[in-house]
Design a protein. Structure first.
Lengths: 170, 198
């Protein structure tokens, strides 16, 4: 096995769940679209692997590819802030998976629905926050200052809190 | 608020850990990636090859089949040749710029590079292409008198009618392309503004 393929296998094994989860959050829990996006991320990862200079971690590098692919998908599909499935459908879709409890799945459905109401940039930022990325990492991925990220995250958290309350009320 | 975010983080990470760890089929991804890269290179090369072959065929036809002698025809052919050659150069520049957009850059840098690329494409499909088509039409028109002398009248009329229809189709196609790219540019500018928002 070549060194490149070995490195790719390692990146895939370590991060494919993170990539899939970010894509799921971006497309509001639509597993089919998330799978396509995730595949596109790894296709681009393979094609860019020679350019990885090691200046950031594999995770940060993969965050950048995932964020850019998600934003590009908006242009390609002419998708706007509206979502493809309504909240009820999404939860039903999630409930078909027996691996977790219905309550947790409903909560996850509400989270996806709330995140889906944020604009695409805020959506990506808050998903990295939920994924435990630090401010410096998020600033590096988005290309904006850490101070700006800090302020934005504070605002997004407040908005998300309101949206979650509305989702629970519904 | 932190407690709630911590709860959401826990929920998020639980969901992440439950993403099925399907057997890694990286070889399939690699073969798709290689196919995608190949098809992209082939598409660019094919595009330029078509333009280059057109240029060579027109040149050979002009010098070895038509053998026109009017100075006006030479000037007309020269204008057509230069405009087509310029189109090839513009296509090469566009390809180089497209390759400069890196998916591994930050979201803001990637968006800014894409904005520059789309602006350039808009210029290519707008003023550049219109100027090139105009030169092409002018070149063809200058060759008109000698074509008229060498071909039966009905063929001459047929050629020019075909030329007018072709030009009309081309103008409509260019107009649609520009409109599409304007929408794409506006979306990108909105995204860039959103990224830069304080």
């Amino acid at each position: 096995m070549s060194a490149k393929l070995s490195l790719f296998n390692q990146i895939y094994a370590n991060h494919h769940q993170m990539v899939m989860q970010l894509c799921l959050g971006f497309v509001n829990g639509d597993r089919s679209r998330a799978k396509d996006l995730s595949q596109e991320v790894f296709i681009n990862t393979w094609n860019s692997l020679e350019r990885f200079k090691g200046q950031s971690s594999h995770k940060t590098w993969l965050y950048r590819i995932t964020v850019n692919i998600c934003l590009k998908s908006l242009r390609d599909t002419k998708q706007t802030r509206s979502v493809s499935l309504d909240a009820e459908q999404r939860v039903e879709h999630l409930l078909t998976d027996d691996s977790t409890s219905h309550a947790a799945e409903a909560a996850l459905g509400a989270l996806y629905a709330s995140i889906g109401q944020l604009n695409e940039v805020d959506r990506l930022i808050i998903m990295m926050v939920l994924d435990e990325a630090d401010y410096a990492q998020i600033a590096d991925v988005m290309g904006i200052s850490e101070g700006n990220i800090r302020v934005r995250i504070h605002r997004i958290k407040q908005t998300l809190k309101k949206l979650m309350q509305n989702e629970h009320a519904n | 608020m932190n407690t709630q975010i911590d709860d959401l983080k826990a929920l998020w990470n639980k969901a992440k850990s439950e993403v099925p760890s399907v057997e890694i089929d990286t070889e399939a991804i690699v073969s798709q990636a290689n196919a995608k890269r190949r098809s992209s290179v082939v598409a660019h090369i094919l595009n330029m090859a078509i333009l280059a072959v057109t240029l060579v065929v027109i040149t050979l036809y002009y010098f070895f089949v038509m053998r026109y002698s009017f100075m006006l025809s030479h000037v007309g052919f020269g204008i057509m040749f230069v405009s087509l050659a310029l189109r090839i150069v513009v296509e090469v520049v566009s390809m180089v710029r497209a390759r400069g957009i890196s998916i591994t850059d930050s979201a803001l840098l990637n968006t800014q590079q894409t904005v520059l690329f789309v602006k350039q494409r808009r210029r290519i499909h707008g003023p550049y292409t219109i100027a090139i088509v105009a030169c092409y039409v002018l070149g063809f028109a200058l060759m008109g008198p000698e074509i008229y002398n060498n071909l039966p009248f009905y063929i001459f009329v047929g050629i020019y009618l075909f030329f007018v229809v072709g030009a009309f189709v081309l103008i409509v196609t260019i107009h649609r392309g520009i409109r599409k790219e304007l929408n794409s540019l506006q979306e990108l500018l909105n995204l860039r503004n959103e990224l830069c928002r304080e």
